[in-house]
Design a protein around this ligand. Sequence first.
Ligand code: SF4
Length: 375
Amino acid sequence: VTAPIVKGWCPGAYRPMMSGDGLIVRVRPRLGRLDAAQALGLCRLAQRFGSGVIDLTNRANLQLRGVSETGHEDILIGLAELGLLDVDPATESRRNLIVTPFWQDGDATATLARGLMDRLAELPELPAKFGYAIDLGPTPVLQDASADIRLERGAGSELIVRMDGLGLGRAVSLDDAVDHVITAARWFAQHAGTDSRRMSKLVAQTPPPPLWCSVQSAAPAHRPDPGKTELGLLVGVPFGQIDAAELAQAITTTHAKGLRITPWRLLLLEGAKTMPGTPFIGAPGDPLLNIDACPGAPFCAVATVETRALARSLAGRVCGTVHVSGCAKGCARKSAAAITLVGRAGAFDLVRNGCSWDDPQRSGLSPNDVLKLIG
Ligand code: SF4
């Protein structure tokens, strides 16, 4: 199996990443939300200075694809005008924070997210991918989302700070929760060696003091489906990639007041009452919701295969989850799927009930071979 290439940093607005289709400029909306004017402005930037393709990431960020070097400068200016640019790259990279998309103004999630953002300078130097999840609805919805320190509900509904990798956390109050998040980050920085870049790996080797493992976390909620919510409509975005013109049209025609980004390839159109049409997925059960596929070739420089055409052909042919990955890194899905197809040297490896980096059962398959073999 080809070893996945692991980059030790995350692209941001200031620090874009080169891919097969140009630069990727990642935008981290504060509290995962853009108001309608910001969202429409971002769509215009994507169309004018990029290829018009926008990705939704599994950390609830947005990525503008196909940006040129000169276009990058223009995008930075545009983001600043829209109020979507941090003051400097250091602040941007520290603001690695994901929040439940169902927060409401003044609730615990919004209050503590703002509290943490105000104190980013107190955090120690941490690996670039180290991040935080603030998930204080009645039941956690972000337990599968990538984060190292989590603020969530305990089994008795109390506030807890939980180090990722532990089933137990530490009880905190609204007043001292951010202090304890910072303490947990400092504990990580003190104890992590060069080979522990994530909290779950560290706590598996070095248990924290018992106080950090004293309250059971609440059972997670089911992953949300497309449909109505208290805040508006949740709509699915096939493979987490959308054309900026189609997104702008959806915002305009549904009269959405804002856009919330989720880690589940779903967008929440705030205040929307009517479902936008194609390509959005408006109802649960659509087979495309069970399929993960990274951009593949020609979008990613590492990929040697196209991924999404095959993924669409497989929709509805397989009971269970499908993952089509351009290479063994598995950007689109980090957990096992019933069927995983992994590009290697222009053909596909097939892994059953595993991840993209697991040993394949079959190798050297063309897309036609795959379709004959599956379903
Ligand atoms: S998994 Fe896909 S997007 Fe990620 S590096 Fe491999 S080909 Fe590129």
